[in-house]
Ligand binder design. Structure first.
Ligand code: 5GP
Length: 189
């Protein structure tokens, strides 16, 4: 998606050799117009699928997921990372290791919001080593829901996430695919 690649070139900051900071439009400050375009693009890419619901992980997956849900007219459920007092014990859950935070999060979805045989689209901001998406896949499996595809805003192809999902035969659509970072510059596939 050219608009997104241009925005990454313009505003992205490369940290070290593996991390891209995009807090001016996606991870902290959010650009709603860009998110609307992202939602429209995911809507087009998954138009041929029957989708009942979108799943994502808080917090950075929520913006692209909501705009996609708006386009596809389906609800969006985000996995919560911290157990709150208002969350019942009846949850589907998984452990997700975050390499950017170097910590394991326990992610949870209330069982009322994910049922057997629902067709779900998974959306996330980044695909790196695939841990977040694997956590959502595990939750979908526990609920006996059917994952129809994965939509990723920014994929880093040099990390192992895509390979894991390809091996599982899952349809993955990424709007920007980064093959490398070099000297602070971003190179797309
Ligand atoms: P994975 O689980 O695929 O290893 O990593 C995906 C999660 O880690 C994303 O939800 C995102 O929050 C975070 N992440 C991974 N790589 C990056 C990155 O380069 N930049 C930012 N801002 N977040 C990342």
């Amino acid at each position: 998606m050219k608009l997104l690649e241009d925005r990454i070139r313009q505003d992205g900051r490369v940290l070290g050799t593996e991390v891209l900071k995009v807090d001016t439009f996606l991870n902290h400050q959010i650009d709603p117009e860009l998110m609307a375009e992202i939602g429209a693009e995911f809507g087009r890419l998954f138009a041929d699928k029957k989708i009942d619901k979108i799943l994502t992980v808080e917090s950075s997956g929520i913006a692209p997921a909501v705009f996609t849900g708006w386009v596809l007219h389906v609800p969006v459920v985000f996995a919560r990372k911290n157990k709150s007092l208002t969350l019942p014990d009846d949850v589907w859950s998984a452990n997700v290791y975050s390499f950017t935070k170097q910590a394991t999060n326990h992610i949870m979805i209330d069982r009322r919001f994910l049922k057997a045989d629902e067709n779900v689209l998974l959306i996330d901001d980044f695909l790196a080593n695939g841990q977040a998406i694997e956590g959502l896949l595990s939750i979908a499996q526990q609920a006996e829901a059917k994952v129809v595809g994965v939509g990723i805003v920014i994929e880093k192809t040099f990390q192992k996430g895509r390979k894991i999902l390809d091996e599982r035969g899952i349809k993955v659509e990424s709007l920007a695919r980064i093959k490398s970072f070099d000297d602070g510059n971003v190179f797309f596939l």
